[in-house]
Design a protein around this ligand. Structure first.
Ligand code: AP5
Length: 222
């Protein structure tokens, strides 16, 4: 069976996590979100969580070698597809991922990068009003509110603001993305494997745009 791999890119707050989750539900492909994995480790107060917390709360990238182990574990799951959210995030991580693909993928598999494009202004507006639940569900107070204020629709948990959604940290995370994250899109562009999506539209419209684009993708991993 051939595999599909979709790698989401976009600045913090672009909605890539929201879209990755919707795509995973629709396709049953496995989602590997490095941010979610770190937040789970932090919540469980593991050794890795304590280390990751130091980086997440100030908006810095966690060291590359820590990430690779998490990603390799995720890739062991049995599935016809993977959705990456938050990885790779710099040139080194891209190279590591390409090395893994070289060993694991076949010619009729397909790998595409999907950029959810939004402006810095929109990012700041969105992240100021994001609320999350410990179960991983993400809300926006205006565009994607919970049914009952302050309470998760899925598990009934209390909603909270992410530790890294403070103005100073948001600005720093944006700077890192524009400097080391966005430039690796050139790699996918060069091979005609970059899908660009306008992220400044309603959530359901973006999802529909993504599903339309996916129908056109070729199975031709080089
Ligand atoms: P991570 O969790 O990956 O954070 P991020 O990339 O900064 O992205 P966000 O989760 O903030 O935003 P998103 O694009 O997923 O948007 P969302 O769907 O939530 O990483 C966090 C940290 O972990 C990093 O800073 C780093 O420290 C570490 N880390 C993770 N991966 C790493 C790696 N590979 N290497 C090193 N370190 C790593 O949406 C945002 C808000 O907008 C929500 O409120 C949502 O409801 C709303 N919204 C979504 N879509 C729309 C829309 N179309 N219109 C209006 N509102 C919308």
């Amino acid at each position: 069976m051939s595999k599909t791999i979709i790698i989401f890119f976009g600045p913090p707050g672009s909605g890539k996590g929201t879209q990755a989750e919707m795509l995973a539900k629709k396709t049953e492909w496995k989602k590997i979100s490095t941010g979610d994995l770190f937040r789970a480790e932090i919540a469980d107060r593991t050794k890795l969580g304590k280390l990751a917390d130091k980086y997440l709360k100030v908006g810095k990238l966690v060291p590359d070698k820590v990430i690779l182990t998490l990603v390799e574990q995720g890739l062991k799951q049995k599935t016809s597809g993977f959705i990456f959210d938050g990885f790779p995030r710099n040139r080194r991580q891209l190279n590591d991922l390409l090395t893994i693909f070289k060993k694991a993928l076949k010619k009729n598999d397909r790998v595409y990068a999907l950029e959810v494009a939004v402006s810095d202004k929109e990012v700041k507006q969105r992240l100021g009003q994001r609320r999350v639940c410990a179960c991983g569900k993400v809300y926006h107070l205006v565009y994607n509110p919970p049914i009952n204020q302050g309470v998760c629709d899925i598990c009934g948990g209390k909603l909270f603001t992410r530790n890294d959604d403070k103005v100073k940290v948001i600005i720093y995370r944006l700077k890192i993305y524009r400097k080391v994250g966005e430039p690796i899109l050139n790699y996918w562009q060069k091979f005609g494997k970059l899908i660009k999506i306008n992220g400044e539209q309603p959530i359901s419209k973006i999802h529909n745009d993504i599903m339309e684009k996916l129908k056109q993708l070729k199975h031709d991993y080089h």
